[in-house]
Design a protein around this ligand. Structure first.
Ligand code: HEC
Length: 443
C-alpha cells in the first residue's frame, strides 16, 4: 500500500470536498447492488438446499430466479460490484493521506475478496441455471444412455453450485465486513492507532454491518418485485405458482428488512461521536425514516390488495431510503475527517508554494501571532480562558501537523472548557504559531 500513499499528493480542501460528493455517488450505485447480490445469494442458497432435500421443484426454480436478477449479465457484477470498491479505495486514500492508518490495507484486501466473491456467485448462478436446464431436458428425453449422461452432468453442476454458492457468500461477506471496518475506522479518529483485531471485531463495525443488512434486505425484496412485476410490465412468461411465490417471499424480506432499519439508523447515530453529528446528519436520518414510512404504507397496500401495481413506487421509496442512509453516513465521515482535511490543505498549499518557487511568502513570526492572536486566552504555565499550554501541548509532541490542524480549525476537546473560537489564520501562520508554542512551552 506504500505505493498508493506515495502516488497520492496532499489535496486542497475543495478537492477533498469533491471526493466526498463522488464517494456518495459511488455508494449510491454500490450499496443497492451489492446488497441485492448478497441477500439474493443467501436466499437462493437456502432455497436451493431446501429444494434439493425435499425434491421440491418450486423451491429450486425460486432459487434460480432470485439469483438471476443481480447477475443479469456479465458486466453488471464488475461495474456495480467490483469497480466501486477499487474507486472507493482510491478516494479514501486521498482523504486519509498521511494519517498513518491501515485503512488502505483493509480496503485492498476487501477489493480482492469482493472480486473472488462476485466471480464465485456468478458461477453459482450459472450452475443453478444448468441444473434447471438438465432437469428439463431429462424430463423430455426418453433415451436411457442420454438420460444417464445428463444425470452425471447434473450431479456435477450440483456439486459446483454447493461449493461456489457457499464460498461466494463467505468471500463477499468478508469483503463487506472489511469495507465497513475501514469506514468505521475513518469516523473514529481515536481508533486510528488501535489494533486491527480490536477494530474488526468491535461492536461499532457490527452495528454498521447490521444496518447494511437491513438496507440490503429491503432493497433486495424491492428489486425483485420491481424486476418481476413492474419493469416493462413485469415478467409474464413464468409459471404462475413461481411468480406468486416470488411475490410472497420477497415482500416478506423487504418488510422484515425495513422494519429493522429505523432501529439501526437510530443506534448507529447514537454510536457516533457527538462532535461529528451535524444538521445534515439529522436531516438525512429523518428523511430516510419518512421514505420508509411511505414505503410501509405501499407495502401494506400490495400485501392487502394482492396487487403489485405499487411495486415500482415501493422500489423507488426504498432506494431513496438507502440514499438518505448513505448521505447520513458520508456526512459523518466528512465531519470526522475535517481536521485531517485541514492538514492536507495546508500541506497542499505548501506543496503549491514549492512548485511556484514562491516559498518565501514572507517569513511569518510565530511569536508575533501568539502575542496578538492567542495570548488573550492562553498562557504557557497557567490557565486563562483556555488551558495552559504546558498541560495540553505534550500530547502534540511529534504531531505538529495535528496541532496546526487544530489551530486552523479548532474542534471541541475538553468539556471543562468552552470551545475555542476559530482564530482565522492562514495555513502558514498556523504552522508558524504551532512551531513557536511547541518550542517555547518546554523552556
Ligand atoms: C477566545 C479565547 C481563545 C483564543 C483567542 C485562543 N484560544 Fe486556544 N483555546 C481556547 C479554549 C477555551 C480552549 C479549550 C478548548 C477545548 O478544550 O475544547 C483552547 C484550547 C487550545 C489548545 C489545546 C487543544 C487540545 O487539543 O486540547 C491549543 C493547542 C490552543 N488552544 C492553541 C491556541 C492558539 C495557537 C491560539 C492562537 C492562534 C489560540 N489557541 C487562541 C481559547 C482560545
Amino acid at each position: 500500500m506504500e505505493f498508493l500513499e506515495k502516488l497520492v499528493l496532499p489535496q486542497s480542501a475543495h478537492h477533498i470536498q469533491l471526493i466526498h460528493y463522488l464517494l456518495i455517488a459511488i455508494f449510491f450505485l454500490f450499496i443497492p447492488y451489492i446488497g441485492t447480490l448478497l441477500v439474493s445469494s443467501i436466499v437462493s442458497l437456502v432455497y436451493w438446499h431446501k429444494g434439493k432435500r425435499s425434491r421440491n421443484e418450486l423451491y429450486l426454480d425460486f432459487a434460480a430466479s432470485v439469483i438471476r436478477i443481480p447477475t443479469l449479465n456479465k458486466s453488471i457484477g464488475f461495474v456495480l460490484g467490483i469497480l466501486p470498491i477499487l474507486t472507493i479505495t482510491f478516494m479514501i486514500s486521498q482523504i486519509m493521506h498521511g494519517a498513518g492508518t491501515y485503512v488502505l490495507q483493509l480496503l485492498f484486501v476487501s477489493f480482492i475478496m469482493g472480486t473472488i466473491g462476485v466471480i464465485l456467485l456468478y458461477t453459482f448462478r450459472y450452475s443453478l441455471d444448468f441444473q434447471r436446464l438438465y432437469t428439463n431436458i431429462d424430463e423430455k428425453v426418453r433415451d436411457t444412455e442420454i438420460n444417464s449422461e445428463i444425470k452425471e452432468k447434473s450431479r456435477h453442476v450440483v456439486r459446483l453450485a454447493d461449493k461456489t454458492g457457499l464460498w461466494g457468500i463467505i468471500f463477499l461477506s468478508a469483503a463487506l465486513w472489511l469495507l465497513f471496518s475501514a469506514t468505521t475506522l475513518i469516523v473514529n479518529p481515536p481508533m486510528w492507532q488501535s489494533s486491527l483485531f480490536s477494530l474488526i471485531f468491535s461492536w461499532r463495525v457490527l452495528l454498521f454491518v447490521i444496518q447494511f443488512l437491513a438496507v440490503a434486505s429491503s432493497i433486495m425484496g424491492a428489486v425483485m418485485l420491481f424486476a418481476y412485476f413492474y419493469w416493462e410490465g413485469g415478467i409474464t412468461n413464468e409459471n404462475e405458482d413461481l411468480l406468486s411465490y416470488i411475490k410472497t417471499i420477497c415482500l416478506r424480506i423487504t418488510f422484515g428488512g425495513s422494519l429493522l432499519l429505523p432501529v439501526f439508523i437510530a443506534v448507529t447515530l447514537l454510536s457516533v461521536n457527538s462532535n461529528y453529528l451535524s444538521g445534515s446528519v439529522f436531516v438525512f436520518s429523518l428523511l430516510s425514516l419518512i421514505f420508509l414510512l411511505l414505503a410501509y404504507n405501499l407495502l401494506y397496500a400490495v400485501i392487502k390488495e394482492k396487487n403489485t401495481r405499487y411495486s415500482g413506487l415501493v422500489f423507488f421509496l426504498i432506494l431513496f431510503t438507502a440514499f438518505s442512509v448513505i448521505i447520513k453516513d458520508q456526512a459523518v465521515m466528512s465531519n470526522a475527517t475535517e481536521q485531517q482535511a485541514v492538514i492536507l490543505d495546508s500541506q497542499f498549499q505548501e506543496y503549491l508554494a514549492g512548485l511556484t518557487g514562491n516559498r518565501g511568502t514572507e517569513e511569518v513570526s510565530g511569536k508575533e501571532i501568539f502575542d496578538v492572536r492567542c495570548s488573550s486566552c492562553h498562557k504557557f504555565d497557567q490557565k486563562l480562558v483556555g488551558p495552559a499550554y504546558k498541560d495540553v501541548l505534550p500530547k502534540y509532541e511529534g504531531k505538529i501537523d495535528q496541532l496546526t490542524g487544530f489551530v486552523l480549525n479548532p474542534v471541541k476537546k475538553n468539556p471543562e472548557y468552552p470551545p475555542m473560537p476559530n482564530p482565522g489564520l492562514k495555513p502558514n501562520e498556523a504552522k508558524a504559531v504551532a512551531g513557536y508554542i511547541m518550542e517555547t512551552y518546554k523552556k
